[in-house]
Design a protein around this ligand. Structure first.
Ligand SMILES: Cc1cc2nc3c(=O)[nH]c(=O)nc-3n(C[C@H](O)[C@H](O)[C@H](O)COP(=O)(O)OP(=O)(O)OC[C@H]3O[C@@H](n4cnc5c(N)ncnc54)[C@H](O)[C@@H]3O)c2cc1C
Length: 409
């Protein structure tokens, strides 16, 4: 752990930071901890763990948990009270996330809405849209999926071919095309997605961001089974789907701007908070201590990997607090979000790889009881981290060109 201390010392020389919380923030932490410890679904209380959220019953069980949190204003703590939040600040949100994952809180089935679309809607939505959609998003009444990728458009999102043309009556739109890899799409209620509204425009222009209910006539949802057989994704087909003008987010032809704001949340601050990886790193250290008792030689072989993984999680936490401090000073998170994405996906992989190393072949036995948070399940999901939210190769390109100012390759 000396490396952390050394780096901190360096950081303090170039930019001193005070990591202490205020008494109000400490009392917020205590309140969150006490509520979560009493309410998070758990085996001890006979309320958990919840079944996998990629099954119909698990999806509904997770939706009910979102509702329970919403009732006590814990589902979106940093949102304004009028949308169901507590109006808490960014630091309080980070603190809440630490407590949530430390208490063993389940995966957030509403994450596409509350962490990705919600912030974009607050920035680009009309007041009518915010009032209509945000409370239902916060309560889990309406769960969203993200419709960006297409069979020929993943990394190069601007090459999407799904289209929207003006409908009749004027102001309405008619959508056609296909979206794929929509996480939670098999059971979600709504989709937010990009469609080409002006085929003659330069490819980043002429795109528009639509909000579409998945039960609209002309939509077909085809679930895609993952490695474990569960439909974690869906393809969504659009065949002459009519959408009113009130379901365009931002301006017509300016969808790229809204999408990049959404991507900033996905890669940067909101989708993957440090609390999630800190909790996993703590579980890893506990696992190391357990293995050290029964197989000291194996523990010794894995010690470096465990220490490195813990450091990566802790470094991501410190970097996130530094970003939060900049945002509180009025900065916006731009292409640096790509650095966060590289950090969180790397930390997740490092923690799970170290755990698999500690467990050896017995890792394969874990998780067979269906618990989604078993090390093996977590490892398989961590492998996807460098792909979703934009692949890590693309993030490195962004960092090279837009953060470091290097010439385009
Ligand atoms: C778990 C998971 C959840 C997902 N959820 C969603 C979702 O909810 N909604 C959604 O719309 N999509 C979702 N996706 C899809 C995801 O956004 C895409 O997989 C991702 O953007 C990559 O696109 P692709 O798969 O088409 O790969 P491609 O773009 O074909 O890339 C293939 C490989 O080439 C590399 N590559 C491509 N271009 C470049 C370049 N210019 N420079 C260097 N390397 C390059 C990539 O890094 C990658 O390694 C999800 C994916 C996963 C794994």
């Amino acid at each position: 752990m000396d490396i952390v201390a050394e780096n901190l010392a360096v950081c303090q020389i170039c930019s001193p930071m005070d990591f202490r919380l205020t008494p109000e923030q400490e009392s917020f932490r205590a309140e969150a901890r006490s509520w979560l410890r009493a309410n998070v679904p758990s085996a001890e209380r006979g309320t958990g763990p919840l079944p996998s959220l990629d099954t119909p019953e698990g999806f509904e069980a997770h939706r009910a948990w979102e509702r329970r949190m919403f009732e006590e204003r814990w589902s979106v703590v940093s949102w304004p009270r009028s949308y169901g939040g507590r109006g808490a600040g960014l630091v309080e949100w980070l603190v809440f996330e630490e407590e949530y994952w430390d208490a063993g809180g389940p995966a957030r089935v509403g994450q596409n809405g509350i962490f990705l679309l919600g912030p974009a809607m607050m920035a680009f939505g009309t007041e009518e849209q915010r009032n209509r959609f945000l409370p239902a998003m916060a309560s889990g009444e309406e769960i969203w999926c993200q419709g960006w990728s297409e069979p020929g458009a993943g990394s190069d999102l601007a090459s999407i071919r799904s289209v929207a043309r003006p409908g009749d009556p004027e102001g309405t739109w008619v959508l056609n095309g296909l979206k794929t890899w929509c996480s939670r799409g098999a059971f979600a209620d709504w989709l937010f997605g990009l469609f080409r509204t002006d085929p003659s425009a330069e490819r980043h222009r002429g795109l528009t961001y639509f909000l579409v209910p998945l039960d609209a006539p002309g939509i077909t949802v085809r679930p895609i089974a993952q490695l474990d057989g569960e439909p974690g994704f869906a393809e969504v087909f659009f065949d002459e789907v009519e959408v009113p003008a009130s379901q365009v987010l931002g301006s017509v032809g300016r969808g790229w701007e809204v999408a990049m704001a959404t991507a900033g949340s996905e890669r940067g601050l909101s989708l993957r908070s440090p609390g999630r990886f800190l909790a996993a790193a703590r579980r890893l250290v506990a696992l190391y201590e357990q293995v050290a008792l029964c197989d000291p030689a194996r523990a010794e072989r894995c010690a470096d990997a465990v220490a490195r993984a813990w450091i990566e999680a802790e470094a991501y936490r410190l970097a996130t607090f530094a970003t939060a401090a900049r945002v509180l000073d009025g900065a916006t998170v731009g292409p640096e979000a790509s650095l966060s994405k590289l950090a969180w996906s790397g930390a997740d992989l490092a923690v799970h790889e170290a755990a698999i190393g500690l467990l050896g072949s017995s890792a394969e036995l874990l998780g067979s009881d269906g618990t989604p948070d078993g090390w093996l399940g977590g490892f398989l999901f961590a492998l996807a981290g460098p792909i979703y939210a934009g692949t890590n190769e693309i993030q490195r390109n962004v960092v090279a060109e837009r953060v470091l100012g290097l010439p385009r390759g």
